[in-house]
Write a protein that binds this ligand. Structure first.
Ligand code: ES4
Ligand code: ZN
Length: 343
């Protein structure tokens, strides 16, 4: 489409990208060897190509998450996280992403003896280099894991606070700290209310909050993320379209929904990109950004592919694209000064 070049050139922000979801099969195998980490013995682990073929056949969020956490096992050192972060930021910058807010799962690493400080050290080294070379900015958002006990989430959150990672003075681009707190992983049978106490503590400390909701879970989980967790953004949120009252609430509160239409197809949340309720969001005034989620696991579709797939499915006008891109900048958690530069 003639719009693809325009979409590439637009200054984009990405808000829904898991750092661990950028681990390619090639890097997974090479880090496994370098770090002497044994991989499972199944035929899908015979080679990077065999693993990639298995990724193309995910049947659900939990089916994906099993492989996603095997990927974690090869990530050990600050240098591993620096390599991962730099590869993503350089690719994103080449697709004209000007600012990225990047999720990671502390509990998936600390449980293996990998410290948050090693992750942050590697991330910051890469972010600093990428900022100098490509003028892209990046912030981290730790996500608590819903498939583990709430007590685990609480201990994780408290240790992040104690280490000063949410300190407001570190919120800027000079010394990038954490932009906010997230909640992800398995959604079904894990109602948001279970994390209410932790998210209330985050709110009282002035920490921004975003929640994966309405991906596999029902529209009422999106309502619960807003009401019970004080979510300021909703990640995925596509099933909110099944309930007019929830859509109205998102519009009324001006909540940005970070949609990942290609991820939804790969995890069988939707049959096609065209099934994504973006027209409902546009018609009802729900703000959204378009994002890649776990691109290395979802056919290597980074943000440019996501924008092009949406353009092909929806045929948005140049004016509609300008609004989508502007809402993404406005809904970012960088400084107002940085937003003005990006716009
Ligand atoms: C995720 Cl697609 C998705 N949903 C929930 N949690 C996640 N973690 C990484 N990707
Ligand atoms: Zn996600």
């Amino acid at each position: 489409s003639p719009l693809h070049a325009l979409l590439t050139s637009m200054p984009k922000c990405e808000h829904h990208l898991h750092l661990e979801g950028t681990l390619s099969c090639e890097l997974l195998f090479s880090l496994a060897e370098a770090n002497t980490i044994p991989l499972p013995s199944g035929p899908e682990f015979a080679s990077p190509a065999a693993l990639r073929a298995r990724y193309a056949a995910f049947t659900s969020l939990d089916d994906f998450l099993a492989y996603y956490y095997i990927g974690f096992s090869v990530l050990l050192t600050a240098s591993d996280f620096e390599q991962l972060t730099y590869a993503y930021l350089s690719r994103a910058a080449h697709e004209n992403v000007r600012h990225a807010e990047i999720f990671f799962d502390p509990q998936g690493h600390t449980s293996r003896g990998v410290s948050v400080s090693a992750i942050v050290e590697g991330f910051q080294a890469a972010a600093k280099r990428a900022a100098q070379e490509f003028r892209i900015t990046a912030l981290l958002i730790p996500c608590l894991l819903r498939h583990l006990p709430v007590a685990d989430s609480k201990a994780c959150f408290e240790s992040l606070v104690a280490a000063g990672h949410f300190d407001a003075r570190k919120g800027g681009e000079a010394e990038p700290g954490f932009a906010g707190l997230g909640l992800c992983s398995t959604e079904l049978s894990q109602p948001p209310a279970h994390w209410a106490e932790i998210f209330a503590a985050a709110k009282s400390k002035g920490i921004r909050r975003t929640v994966h909701a309405g991906e596999e879970g029902p529209a009422r989980y999106v309502a619960a993320a807003l009401a019970d967790l004080g979510a300021m953004r909703i990640d995925h949120g596509v099933r909110a379209a099944e309930d007019d009252a929830v859509i109205e609430k998102l519009a009324e509160q001006g909540v940005l929904v970070t949609v990942c239409p290609v991820s939804n197809v790969c995890l069988r949340v939707a049959k096609s990109v065209a099934e994504s309720p973006l027209s409902v969001f546009v018609d009802k005034g729900v703000k959204f950004s378009l994002n890649s989620d776990d691109p290395a696991y979802f056919g290597d579709h980074y943000i440019q592919d996501v924008y092009c797939a949406v353009e092909e499915a929806f045929g948005f006008s140049i004016e509609q694209w300008a609004k989508i891109v502007r809402d993404a900048v406005d809904g970012s958690w960088c400084t107002e000064e940085r937003k003005a530069v990006i716009r």
